[in-house]
Write a protein that binds this ligand. Structure first.
Ligand code: ASP
Ligand code: MG
Length: 418
């Protein structure tokens, strides 16, 4: 029998009513003839509540104990969900991460799954059970409880789907799927029927928070078709899959699949640094040592033998990076440090860009026509990002959405049967 892994997020199991609704959806899937493994998050808001409890008690709770505490959230929802299934006469068994054989490394707050020992689950499935597994948790080789990082239930679901060779991993949440842009900003945004893992990774890392990034990486690596859909509607959502699979049905990809933005950025420039070999490494060394992630980087030479060195970081890391640069400015005899933490990054993403030149030009012209200045640019095969003044974020996203006619959805879609 084909197996489906279904994951329901915190808002989907936020109260008893929702849990009963989820139970009904699972029963419908089971009645369609599938074996079902369900992964659930803690009831909405519960993980935050537990974190607050810990922090009220201790400034810096020990990660082992924090993991033990946070793992309780998911234990509540799996047990309740099984009870809801039992009420309808269905066989169901709940499992914690460790009972389900999810073995991780020992980084308690953001552990990585190393293997999944599926015997227990497989046996339960063979006995006709719906298997309900607590998301976001595992056990290390010493038997300690670990957690997989915020949003980690997505990763639990994908790991189980890979280990059990599931037909599809379905992530049910409170949004309909992945859109061409954030529908709260662009009312014409269209739901994407499908998207590649690569594109989804870019969108996720650019701040479209539908899926945990690690889950997308995992699904891409093991080629697990991943569906994102709403718990509260019957819309089939968005299928995240690999390009060949899509190409079977679609001759050509749209040039641009989606537009993402991230307001959570800051920019720092070290001006007039006397140039020398390896200067970029000398500047960025202390930054990475301080665990600050650098995103875009630009180095400009001037005729006078100095360089200007600019990079962007997460806004939370701005103060840290600024302190480091001020120190470096003195050490390296640079002219000045200038910073700007009111910037945003807008990115166009699409695997179709590979075969369509001129997208960057159109992007820059569109923004220029709206009076939006571009402060930095970076590109990859399937992405073009620009840094702009934060206050123009909405305007920029809307203008680009219109310019690339994304409201029409993937217009170059070709249906061989149609
Ligand atoms: N309950 C955890 C969180 O809130 C894990 C998850 O929901 O995926 O981050
Ligand atoms: Mg989530």
């Amino acid at each position: 029998m084909a197996l489906l892994v279904q994951k329901y997020g915190g808002t989907s199991v936020a109260n008893i009513e929702h849990i009963e609704h989820v139970a009904q959806r699972i029963i419908n899937t089971k009645n369609e003839g599938y074996d079902v493994v369900v992964v659930v998050s803690a009831m909405g808001g519960e993980t935050d509540r537990l974190i607050r409890l810990a922090e009220d008690l201790h400034d810096n709770p020990h990660p082992r104990e924090l993991a033990a505490l946070l793992a309780t959230g998911e234990q509540v929802s799996v047990a309740l969900l099984c009870m809801a299934l039992h009420k309808h006469g269905f066989k169901a068994r709940s499992y914690t991460g460790w009972q389900a054989g999810i073995i991780t490394d020992d980084s308690f707050k953001k552990a990585r799954i190393q293997k999944v020992q599926t015997e227990t689950i497989s046996e339960a499935l063979n006995e006709g059970n719906i298997v309900v597994v607590a998301g976001f948790q595992g056990v290390d080789s010493n038997g300690n409880i670990t957690t997989l990082g915020r949003g980690g239930s997505d990763t639990t679901a994908v790991a189980l789907a890979a280990a059990l060779n599931a037909h599809e991993c379905q992530i049910y949440t409170d949004v309909e799927g992945v859109f061409t842009a954030d529908p709260r900003i662009v009312s014409e945004a269209k739901l994407l029927k499908h998207i590649t893992f690569e594109e989804m990774l870019e969108l996720a890392s650019l701040g479209a928070k539908v899926l945990q990034i690690r889950a997308v990486e995992f699904a891409g690596k093991f080629q697990i078709p991943l569906r994102v859909a709403s718990t509260f509607s019957d819309c089939p959502g968005t299928l995240v899959t690999y390009e060949e699979k899509i190409k079977g049905k679609v001759m050509e990809q749209p040039k641009v699949s989606g537009i993402a933005f991230n307001r959570n950025e800051a920019r720092l420039t070290l001006l007039g640094v006397p140039d020398r070999l390896g200067i970029a490494g000398i500047i960025l060394g202390p930054v990475s040592e301080a665990n600050v992630d650098v995103d875009m980087i630009i180095q400009n030479d001037s005729a006078d033998g100095t360089i200007d060195f600019t990079f962007t970081v997460n806004r939370e890391d701005f103060n840290k990076a600024n302190e480091i640069l001020k120190k470096l400015a003195t050490e390296l005899d640079a002219r000045d440090v200038v910073t700007d933490n009111k910037i945003a990054k807008i990115s166009l993403v699409g695997v179709g860009m590979r075969s369509h030149p001129g997208i960057a030009t159109k992007m820059f012209t569109t923004l220029g026509n709206e009076g939006i200045g571009i402060k930095m640019i970076s590109t990859s095969e399937i992405k073009i990002s620009v840094v702009i003044d934060e206050k123009y974020t909405e305007l920029g996203v809307r203008a680009l959405h219109a310019a690339f006619r994304l409201e029409q959805g993937p217009t170059e879609e070709f249906d061989p049967e149609g």
